[in-house]
Design a protein around this ligand. Structure first.
Ligand code: CYT
Length: 282
């Protein structure tokens, strides 16, 4: 079997054969946020099924296409849908698209997700910019032989790598400032990842709050770990789709997660379209 780097190169080669556009920014759209891909101008959409070695999601609401084009003049690669570890995919597959985006030449990524709100001041429909993450999935996407060839920035691709600024401080500040200029308050939060697919119990949520988490979800942390291994700068955004278990006296349903996504779409789209040119020029 080809090694990971060779497989990622085959995927990147295929994508390059479909478009001459060279993306500098990657965007991963979380549950309920996939409609943002409609913002891409001169779009070339490639179903994941057509890209060699690309994993395909089995979950409703995670349609799987890579959309390449421009937003505000910036060449972007937008992932409409991602796969999750809870579907049974090894983390090498969960993070494979991030590696391919790196090989395509991105140096920044916007990683988004739907999350449960742990901090009691959050509200469903609210966007939160990620300040940091807690990986409680019990595993790590960088496990296995180190592959320095994935580095996109000199000094990266090391066996042991820094996670002290996993979410780029200047990108966080840019997002908070842009939201303020659009007239809404964007707070920062710590995202805690569990494996899923069960939602959390109230006791787990109380424990996670004690640990310093503001949000809980089942994605993102592994992609961010791999992005940092490669030297890709990351902006993280969560859409609070529901309050986590026990925070309010209601049960949690996937349909509600998707519905809140559709409602928050406008604010999310306005924020991202304004941010993308700013991220590209910083
Ligand atoms: N909600 C969500 N936990 C939740 O409560 N979207 C992911 C995980």
């Amino acid at each position: 079997m080809n090694d990971l780097y060779t497989r990622a190169q085959a995927a990147a080669d295929h994508i390059r054969s479909r478009t001459s556009l060279a993306p500098t920014l990657g965007i991963i759209l979380g549950s309920g946020l996939g409609a943002f891909a409609e913002q891409v101008a001169d779009a070339v959409a490639i179903p994941y099924a057509e890209i060699p070695h690309f994993p395909q999601s089995t979950v409703q609401g995670h349609s799987g296409r890579l959309v390449l084009g421009t937003i505000g003049g910036v060449p972007v690669a937008v992932m409409q849908g991602r796969v999750h570890a809870y579907e049974g995919y090894p983390l090498s597959e969960v993070t494979f698209p991030m590696r391919v985006l790196g090989l395509l030449g991105i140096h920044s990524a916007i990683v988004t997700n739907a999350a449960g709100g742990i901090r009691t001041t959050l509200r469903p429909g609210e966007l939160v910019v990620l300040a940091d993450q807690i990986n409680l999935t019990g595993t790590n996407a960088a496990l296995g032989p180190n592959e320095p060839r994935f580095a996109v920035t000199p000094g990266f691709g090391q066996r042991f790598f820094d996670m002290s600024t996993a979410y780029a401080p200047h990108l966080r500040a840019l997002a908070v400032a842009e939201a303020a200029s659009q007239g809404f308050l964007l707070t920062e939060g710590v995202y805690l990842a569990v494996l899923g697919p069960s939602y959390e119990t109230p006791a787990e949520i109380r424990a996670f709050r004690t640990l310093g988490a503001d949000l809980v979800g089942m994605s993102t942390v592994h992609e961010v770990i791999i992005a940092r291994h490669m030297g890709i700068k990351v902006l993280g955004l969560s859409l609070v789709t529901n309050m986590a278990a026990g925070v309010v006296n209601e049960s949690i349903h996937h349909e509600e997660v998707m519905e809140i996504g559709r409602k928050a779409e406008q604010q999310f789209t306005a924020l991202l379209t304004a941010l993308i040119p700013k991220i590209a020029t910083e």
